[in-house]
Design a protein around this ligand. Structure first.
Ligand code: NAD
Length: 523
């Protein structure tokens, strides 16, 4: 049975918000329910020494885990998947209490996380199959590209999707043969601990997946603990700090950061469908999704109809209560950011058709539809991460594409209209949903990630599995040739022969014929 919850080692200098520690030796971190203020539970704050010890144990585990066959690892991960599925309601309840989202949303999150775990477990063998590649002119060689586990992967997660988001790294890293040390957000640590406890009961090799808890200092310690890759999901600002810390040891990083996702609604779009999707895309999880719709550009001829429909749909959205569509915001700090964006927008001339800066009670925010917004408003530039729908009227789809791309971010996006597929390729973002929102995150075979300030590297899909491997190139000589260019023993007329080859292959002579011949040889 794997022991995965790292034991703490005495007092630390962590910046945790924990109040009085339960023992004189160990600092702890309290998890507080954002909806009620009650304490959900307490976890230790792990010190740099604790984190290093966890990575050392993971290093041992990685040797056995990495040596398993794909089929054996698949079997192990499927056992974990089943244990998580059995505990789905318990996990959803914990997500609900720690993060504030409705229980149903918690359950959907568990469902989506399991779909990725299942995909990674089953797909790894195919995604990491060694590939034979063309040898070009070295006709006497066999060339292969193969993929190998990195060893130990550190995963640092955010609070907004405390299972789904880290699972995008954890499941794919494990399936690729690595051990993982996971540092969940200090706002949702218990979900992380539960995830790993269930892994401990399911996986036969101890310490393959461990959890370390604490705030930024524990995360910073993981960056410096000698992991072979650090997969970070969180804000762009913290991502830059993580990258700087990892640069000291040339630890490679995967950066899944923030976004300012645009949606474009073209003149020929189905207005009702687009409006309904916009409301869901902007408001689900109370707008606290990295791929939330944060700006909407609508063609002039349908603008009024679209705005009316969005306002009508927002009117049906219930905030709070057992049957609410939107729960509490996860942190009061985030509530402050949303309020600031709304106040800035209204001060600069935007009109709130619903909600507004005063429609906030504690951690509960009524959704706001904003019109008359301009590009210099915070709500149009910075990640709002709250239930806000800014809508902009544009004269053409050209203008919509140009303005959608005027951002340093580039995570998700959505395009509605008859030519939407064509427009999608012109959006500077890692992902686009066509005539839908956010769908790319639920399609397990599609890679997930951003460009620019939204980060780099990919989770999910085959790209996501390979992200946690080292790529190895092997050139195997299968027979010798009289003209061996990897040797000093060349024939006297070598220069003439090389000249001939240059002319034949790359000159204006019989290029096509020579290349065709090589192609036929399968090289
Ligand atoms: P955050 O950056 O505040 O924290 C993320 C994690 O980093 C936490 O676990 C935190 O403890 C840790 N951390 C803080 N300081 C650190 C340091 N110096 N070194 C190492 N780790 C440190 O982000 P958050 O507020 O938890 O999450 C919200 C953000 O995450 C949003 O910007 C959102 O867009 C982004 N996000 C991105 C994706 C994606 O896939 N691109 C997914 C979900 C969330």
């Amino acid at each position: 049975m794997a022991v995965t919850t790292v034991p703490p080692s005495g007092p630390t200098s962590s910046t945790s918000s924990a109040s009085a520690p339960p023992s004189p030796r160990t600092e702890t971190l309290k998890s507080i329910a954002p909806a009620t203020g009650e304490v959900v539970g307490e976890v230790p704050v792990h010190s740099a020494a604790d984190v290093q010890a966890a990575v050392a144990r993971a290093r041992v585990a990685s040797a056995s885990w990495g040596a398993l066959s794909f089929a054996e690892r698949e079997e192990e991960l499927v056992r974990w998947r089943k244990a998580l599925a059995e505990a789905a309601d318990e996990l959803a309840d914990l997500i609900h209490r720690e993060n504030g989202k409705p229980r149903l949303d918690g359950l959907v999150e568990v469902f989506m996380a399991l779909s990725h775990l299942d995909h990674a477990a089953h797909r790894a063998a195919k995604a990491l199959r060694a590939e034979k590649v063309s040898v070009g002119l070295l006709a006497n060689f066999r060339a292969t590209v193969s993929y190998h586990p990195l060893g130990v992967v550190g995963v640092i997660g955010p609070w907004n999707y405390p299972i789904f988001t880290p699972m995008g790294s954890i499941a794919y890293a494990l399936a690729a043969g690595n051990a993982v040390v996971f540092k969940p957000s200090e706002l949702t640590p218990l979900v992380g601990v539960k995830l790993v406890e269930l892994a401990a009961r399911s996986l036969s090799i101890p310490d393959v997946l461990q959890v370390v808890t604490g705030a930024g200092a524990t995360g910073a310690a993981l960056c410096k603990a000698g992991v072979d890759k650090l997969a970070f999901t969180g804000s762009t600002a913290t991502g830059k700090k993580v990258m700087a810390a990892c640069a000291e040891t040339l630890t490679p990083v995967l950066m899944e950061l923030g976004g300012k996702d645009p949606m474009i609604v073209a003149e020929d779009a189905d207005v009702d469908a687009a409006a309904e999707a916009a409301v869901f895309g902007a408001l689900t999880n109370t707008g606290q999704a990295c791929i939330s719709i944060e700006r909407i550009y609508v063609a002039e001829p349908i603008y009024d109809r679209f705005v009316d429909k969005v306002v009508a749909e927002v009117g049906k959205v219930k905030v709070g209560g057992d049957d609410g569509h939107l729960g509490a915001m996860t942190s009061s700090q985030q509530v402050g950011i949303v309020k600031d964006h709304l106040e800035d927008a209204v001060r600069r001339g935007a009109r709130a058709l619903t909600g507004g800066p005063d429609a906030i009670t504690g951690n509960f925010i009524q959704p706001t539809v904003l019109v008359d917004v301009t590009d210099e408003m915070k709500v149009m530039k910075d990640e709002t991460f709250g239930p806000v729908i800014p809508i902009v009227k544009v004269k053409s789809t050209e203008e919509a594409v140009r303005r959608a791309n005027e951002t340093p971010f580039g995570l998700g996006s959505a395009v509605f209209g008859k030519r939407a597929r064509e427009l999608a390729d012109r959006i500077k973002a890692g992902m686009t949903s066509v005539n839908s929102v956010m769908a790319f995150s639920a399609i397990t075979a599609l890679p997930f990630g951003g460009v620019g300030e939204s980060g780099f590297g990919r989770i999910h899909g085959d790209h996501g599995i390979r992200e946690f491997t080292r790529t190895k190139a092997t050139a195997e000589q299968v027979f010798n040739l009289p003209m061996n260019m990897m040797s000093f023993r060349l024939p006297r007329n070598a220069a003439d022969r090389v000249r001939g080859m240059i002319k034949q292959l790359y000159g204006s002579g019989a290029v096509a014929r020579a290349k065709d011949l090589l192609g036929k040889l399968g090289r």
